[in-house]
Design a protein around this ligand. Structure first.
Ligand SMILES: Nc1ncnc2c1ncn2[C@@H]1O[C@H](COP(=O)(O)OP(=O)(O)O)[C@@H](O)[C@H]1O
Ligand SMILES: [Mg+2]
Length: 322
């Protein structure tokens, strides 16, 4: 009797594990990519075509798993490079077990159901269930996690209000730490989903990462804010906020450890190769006068700079939080 019970238990565990592994191991994404010549296995479910910047398509593979394909309307090197930012950032988050949509490159030359603009790169994302938080009214009124606003606003970086917001759920400090590490300035209320069924948050849309708008980076902003908070004797965080800040610091350290800039630059090169980011491959006019190499070098320089800033930030937080 006992043996039968154990046998059934192990069988259930095995099946649960294999379904889980298939859904979460990226296997379905690589399968969907390898089946690009087998487009009949992919069903187009829906297309959002009225967006100004991008076309979003939803597809389903033969397992019934859903994906989302994103393509930008504009056709120039900087826009093509967003694919690199998006996929690199997603890779960093997924490796650190931070809940975001997983992204892959669909190279320009690859035909894919739901990819409408031929000869241009696109991104393929795992479908995120739930609702963008702008449609969910169960969070506090000033709940928001976007760390970078227009330059004339003083409330930028990791503010008290963001610390307060990220203390609402244990997964949020990790998402904010990820945004800070990659300098994702676009964690608006449309780019954070809440899945009520599993009570979790999931991030999407990371194309603004390592972009340094307004000549700033999120770790530097957070550093300046933390210094101000201390100098003015205002480090009067509640226990809940303090706990969230500690989780933020812990996750930021993990991200630093796992992503040395040299590794990220190497990954960048791999992604660049996938999008054919070079003058010879694209015949469009915009590439003729574009310094491809200079652009890539600046991007890599920013990876190094932001990495240093993140290290500086954790050193400060370590002293503040002990
Ligand atoms: N992985 C995804 N899962 C489900 N919906 C998505 C996903 N990615 C994008 N969407 C939907 O498409 C919209 C636009 O996608 P987003 O990546 O935010 O593009 P944009 O850069 O144009 O803001 C999102 O607000 C969301 O409704
Ligand atoms: Mg968006």
């Amino acid at each position: 009797m006992k043996i039968r019970f154990w046998f059934i238990g192990i069988l259930i565990l095995f099946f649960q594990k294999s379904t889980f592994a298939r859904k979460h191991s990226l296997k379905s994404i690589s399968e969907i990519r390898s089946s690009t010549h087998n487009l009949e296995l992919i069903t187009l479910l829906n297309v959002i075509n009225q967006r100004k910047r991008s076309i979003i398509a939803f597809v389903k593979d033969r397992y019934g798993d859903q994906f989302c394909i994103k393509q930008y309307r504009a056709d120039n090197p900087k826009v093509h490079f967003r694919v690199v930012r998006e996929v690199l950032a997603s890779h960093v988050a997924v490796a650190a077990k931070i809940p975001v949509s997983r992204a892959r490159v669909i190279p320009p030359c690859v035909a894919f159901r739901g990819k409408f603009l031929k000869g241009r790169p696109a991104t393929l994302h795992t479908f995120v269930f739930g609702e963008p938080i702008k449609n969910v009214d169960m969070f506090p009124q000033n709940f928001q996690l976007k760390q970078c606003w227009e330059p004339y606003l003083t409330q930028r970086g990791l503010t008290r209000s963001i610390i307060q917001s990220m203390s609402v759920h244990p997964v949020l400090p990790a998402i904010v730490a990820f945004d800070t590490f990659v300098s994702n300035t676009d964690r608006g209320i449309s780019n954070l989903f809440y899945d009520q069924k599993h009570n979790t948050f999931i991030g999407i849309d990371h194309e603004m990462s390592w972009r340094r708008p307004y000549d700033t980076n999120l770790s530097e902003l957070a550093y300046a804010n933390m210094c101000k908070l201390c100098k003015n004797g205002l480090l009067t965080l509640t226990n809940k906020e303090l706990k969230a800040l500690k989780l933020f610091n812990k996750k930021l350290k993990e991200l630093i450890r796992a992503n040395p800039p040299e590794k990220l630059c190497k990954l960048t090169d791999d992604l660049i190769a996938q999008i054919d980011f070079s003058k010879d491959k694209f015949s469009i006019e915009a590439y003729k006068f574009f310094d491809v190499e200079g652009y890539i070098n600046k991007f890599k320089h920013r990876i190094f700079q932001q990495y240093d800033s993140a290290q500086k930030l954790v050193r400060l937080l370590d002293t503040l939080l002990t």
